[in-house]
Design a protein around this ligand. Sequence first.
Ligand code: NAG
Ligand code: NAG
Ligand code: NAG
Ligand code: NAG
Ligand code: NAG
Ligand code: NAG
Ligand code: NAG
Ligand code: NAG
Ligand code: NAG
Ligand code: NAG
Ligand code: NAG
Ligand code: NAG
Length: 620
Amino acid sequence: MATISRMPIFLFIFVILIFMSQSNAQPSFLFHFCIDSNGNYTANSTYQNNLNTLLSNLSSNTQIDYGFYNFSYGQDSDKVNAIGLCRGDVKPVDCRSCLNDSRVLLTQLCPNQKEAIGWYDHCMLRYSNRSIFNRMETSPGFTMHNRENNVTNVEQFNEVLRKLLDSLISSASSGNSQRKFAAANATGPGFQTIYGLVQCTPDLSELDCNSCLVGAMPQIPICCDSKKGGRVIRPSCNFRYEVYRFYDPNNVAMPQAPAPAPTVVALHPSSTDSLSAKAENGVEIRSNETLQLDFTAIMAATNNFSDANKLGQGGFGSVYKGRLSNGQEVAVKRLSGNSMQGDMEFKNEVLLVAKLQHRNLVKLLGFCLERKERILVYEFVPNKSLDFLIFDQTKRAQLNWERRYKIIGGIARGLLYLHEDSRLRIIHRDLKASNILLDAEMNPKISDFGMARLFEIDQTQGNTSRIVGTYGYMAPEYVIHGQFSAKSDVFSFGVLVLEILSGQKICGVRQGDNIEDLLTCAWRKWREGAATSIVDPTITDGSRNEIMRCIHIALLCVQENVSDRPNMASVVLMLNSYSVTLPLPSQPAFFIDSRSLSVIQSEEYDQEETRSGESNFQSA
Ligand SMILES: *[C@@H]1O[C@H](CO)[C@@H](O)[C@H](O)[C@H]1NC(C)=O
Ligand SMILES: *[C@@H]1O[C@H](CO)[C@@H](O)[C@H](O)[C@H]1NC(C)=O
Ligand SMILES: *[C@@H]1O[C@H](CO)[C@@H](O)[C@H](O)[C@H]1NC(C)=O
Ligand SMILES: *[C@@H]1O[C@H](CO)[C@@H](O)[C@H](O)[C@H]1NC(C)=O
Ligand SMILES: *[C@@H]1O[C@H](CO)[C@@H](O)[C@H](O)[C@H]1NC(C)=O
Ligand SMILES: *[C@@H]1O[C@H](CO)[C@@H](O)[C@H](O)[C@H]1NC(C)=O
Ligand SMILES: *[C@@H]1O[C@H](CO)[C@@H](O)[C@H](O)[C@H]1NC(C)=O
Ligand SMILES: *[C@@H]1O[C@H](CO)[C@@H](O)[C@H](O)[C@H]1NC(C)=O
Ligand SMILES: *[C@@H]1O[C@H](CO)[C@@H](O)[C@H](O)[C@H]1NC(C)=O
Ligand SMILES: *[C@@H]1O[C@H](CO)[C@@H](O)[C@H](O)[C@H]1NC(C)=O
Ligand SMILES: *[C@@H]1O[C@H](CO)[C@@H](O)[C@H](O)[C@H]1NC(C)=O
Ligand SMILES: *[C@@H]1O[C@H](CO)[C@@H](O)[C@H](O)[C@H]1NC(C)=O
């Protein structure tokens, strides 16, 4: 029905359909898009085989009973990702049959395209070679309206409809990771019942689901003004309303009572479909407005930035714990210091940083730009930061080797994502134990990434006069010459790994009467063949080989010569595969000597950031 050839066109396609009657014996797609911009596959190619395998697996899955499938199959460039979503009231058996029909039809209608999407009444199926999970996508989309009858009392009808959809949107958004769906009825003018249904793919966050649906609302006057039925349908969310019952009320869990007050997360959708903006590289950028939060809402969430809510103070400002009116706990970072950046640039940077989503990164949920305030709102990560555990004599016993190893692996993957997988190629520049937060399952999440972007510090590899970092973790070339690169993060990672292994801070390891820095100590012991003696004695589990390998990898990361250090991709590989032979490390950079120390002090660097282990947010 529609083939989209270039990304920029694909962005703004919004097709308007008219549907006549809901009885349709021979089901066909409501609509579909074959998307050319992601390339074609050839007949009998690996990609095609993977696609077929994946789609038959997906549509025959009997384990999932909540109507959402996010599966992928294949390797590297032949990897296929697919999402199947059934309307929330559709029974599992009907869901499978709808997805099976979609599978057959969509691959026929789009015989070459690597990416395609199609909708039936009861389900949506989409696939692509790019990653499509856990992200809000608002196009390609389309709208439909019922042309049979016009509404007589339009104003009243719209008022009831708006309230109905508002309450459905808030209850669907707050659904769980299996189901973000709500349906209900309301009484319109002349005692006519209006039925509404809204749904998001449940892999979206609450905020994304809300943004997607709220962003779709302005389509109603355009597509469906004074019509008795309408739908707005997007890849990540859709809604529909009618004056007849079109869903099965027996499979609709009661929507939760709508919030009495409007949600604190005040979104400001613009009147046009601002949500469909995308950067030219195809990364979806959420609208500059959808992540924007009200200052009053932030005040309310943090008790007016009360001291009781304060979690910590970092180099870029204070951090407060907050609770939005919808109950969500957040960490609110009130930025201090003056960035030279204009508001527009700040917004753009926030939107880019918010696109960085990885399970080992703290998620940026929104921002506020009002009354000269610049505020960032993050997900709240409950288990404090790593420094609270590893440097605490008693608490560190909670961290056995298995946990520490998992934390090291998670940090490595998060950092790899920042360096290579995220398209933005972010250099963290201040990786340290207090910037690693732990969630309830003790998964590590890197915080404070992207701050250099937000403070308009030059981004690309190069020289900088403003050094942002923490003494002890900073690579010597960065401290002394202001030269930074992904390899300076690798250095900090190596330091961090040694700290995790030893439970000692970088700057002070007691060796008899002497205080030696951790790198010097680790290197000396390594040379003496006694490397395991630096390991925290509370670690009693774990294989000696695995621990030795981690020390070895850490020493590779802290080598003085930048080009000798591995990149994060190699680090992740070395951590995961024992068949990779590790090169011998050369001497690490020792920078605790008077020569470099005097250089450090003459550099312009941020005082607040220079003491390790205490400046952190979310760690009260
Ligand atoms: C992909 O195949 C379609 C036909 O199915 C064709 O129209 C289109 O030009 C092809 N695109 C590329 C990039 O080869
Ligand atoms: C693909 O494989 C089928 C059966 O294996 C064969 O009949 C068909 O000719 C092949 N098509 C191409 C383009 O190779
Ligand atoms: C689908 O794939 C999963 C794992 O990839 C496998 O466990 C399952 O058996 C497959 N199901 C079918 C029906 O092929
Ligand atoms: C899926 O569709 C194919 C082709 O229409 C059909 O042969 C097959 O029986 C269907 N499978 C299921 C489980 O419905
Ligand atoms: C998808 O395939 C196209 C064409 O082969 C390619 O240009 C693109 O990089 C692929 N995308 C991903 C994420 O692999
Ligand atoms: C409904 O209203 C539109 C204009 O808004 C008009 O063109 C159309 O004829 C009306 N249809 C009916 C059935 O009254
Ligand atoms: C409207 O929904 C309520 C449940 O919320 C249900 O009890 C009632 O029967 C529905 N009304 C109609 C006319 O379907
Ligand atoms: C699939 O979706 C669920 C949420 O419904 C999410 O927890 C999970 O991480 C997703 N899987 C992938 C591979 O993204
Ligand atoms: C949002 O971005 C668009 C285009 O980038 C711009 O025209 C618009 O003014 C921005 N809105 C605000 C409120 O800054
Ligand atoms: C926060 O400040 C506003 C006025 O700025 C005041 O009305 C409100 O009561 C304060 N709330 C708290 C919890 O202190
Ligand atoms: C934090 O970690 C501990 C294990 O050390 C765990 O028992 C607890 O559930 C975690 N979550 C919170 C919120 O403390
Ligand atoms: C950075 O500064 C050093 C001297 O300190 C110089 O040799 C080098 O070329 C500079 N690099 C860049 C990218 O400007």
